[in-house]
Design a binder for this molecule. Structure first.
Ligand code: NDP
Length: 240
């Protein structure tokens, strides 16, 4: 029986590449998204992967959404916490709303989804959780106290949960992408983007597929001795 994988924010950008790579590798995939119905419908038409709309920052919505996925697709063996947003601004000008929205969407979401699936993973004696962190959570970034705090929180969350689940053969790892060609990054003004690319030793932005291949590696059945780690995928931009 094919293992079931859930990718949050799995209908666009990096998440789409992860969903497709998992499907191509033979997993049964469910993709979650937050509000962009058109993108989700086009994604499903393109890939044949079902899309489930719920807000990952809302505990009750996540519980209900994952319940539906487990009924319709099967018990979740692999969880990729990929959904994320930015709401940039220097701290002095950042509203509490922007702070809180990013913390809830990028970090509290990991609690919400993991809470819904770890019981089943423990009972079945198998699970793979991969949380998408960020270079900017490792290194910090001007104008991103909210995003850097949430992503750096993901790295701590990953290690703590890895310790809790190791004896049950459930691994928990993080991937920390550098700058990747998605709508999130393409929204950055061109002169700023050019400056960023100059700082990347490989001389290019990452591609969503660069992240997807790393996720595939971490979720494999025989990746069972890798847990609590963070893999940095950034073209040499920042070395940890
Ligand atoms: P995109 O903006 O391209 O896609 C984001 C996805 O997350 C969409 O599917 C979106 O759904 C979903 N999403 C957003 N908010 C919610 C929510 N509240 N509930 C459910 N789903 C939600 O992002 P990227 O592909 O660029 O980024 C993916 C992840 O990688 C993020 O966690 C990001 O922080 C991280 N990352 C990205 C980098 C980059 O350079 N792009 C670098 C480092 C990390 P919808 O379509 O409905 O809006």
């Amino acid at each position: 029986m094919a293992r079931v994988a859930l990718v949050t924010g799995g209908t666009r950008g990096i998440g789409e590449a992860i969903s497709v790579a998992l499907k191509d590798a033979g997993y049964k995939v469910a993709a979650n998204y937050g509000g962009n119905d058109k993108a989700a419908q086009e994604f499903t038409a393109r890939t044949g992967i079902p899309a489930y709309k719920f807000d990952v920052s809302d505990y009750d919505a996540v519980t209900a959404g994952i319940g539906k996925i487990q009924d319709e697709v099967g018990p979740v063996d692999i969880l990729i916490n990929n959904a994320g947003i930015t709401r940039d601004g220097v701290l002095a000008k950042m509203t509490f709303e922007k702070w809180n929205k990013v913390l809830q969407t990028n970090l509290t979401s990991c609690f919400n989804t993991c809470h819904a699936v770890v019981g089943g993973m423990r009972d079945r004696g198998f699970g793979r959780i991969v949380n998408i962190g960020s270079l900017n959570g490792q290194a910090g970034q001007y104008g991103q106290v909210n995003y850097a705090a949430a992503k750096s929180g993901i790295h701590g969350f990953t290690k703590a949960l890895a310790l809790e689940l190791a004896s049950k053969h459930v691994t928990v790892n993080a991937v920390a992408p550098g700058y990747v060609e998605t709508e999130m990054v393409m929204a950055v003004p061109q002169p700023v983007l050019e400056k960023i690319i100059k700082q990347i030793p490989m001389g290019r932005l990452g591609k969503p597929q660069d992240i997807a291949r790393t996720v595939l590696f971490l979720v494999a059945d025989d990746a069972d001795f890798i847990t609590g780690s963070t893999l940095s995928i950034n073209g040499g931009h920042h070395m940890y």
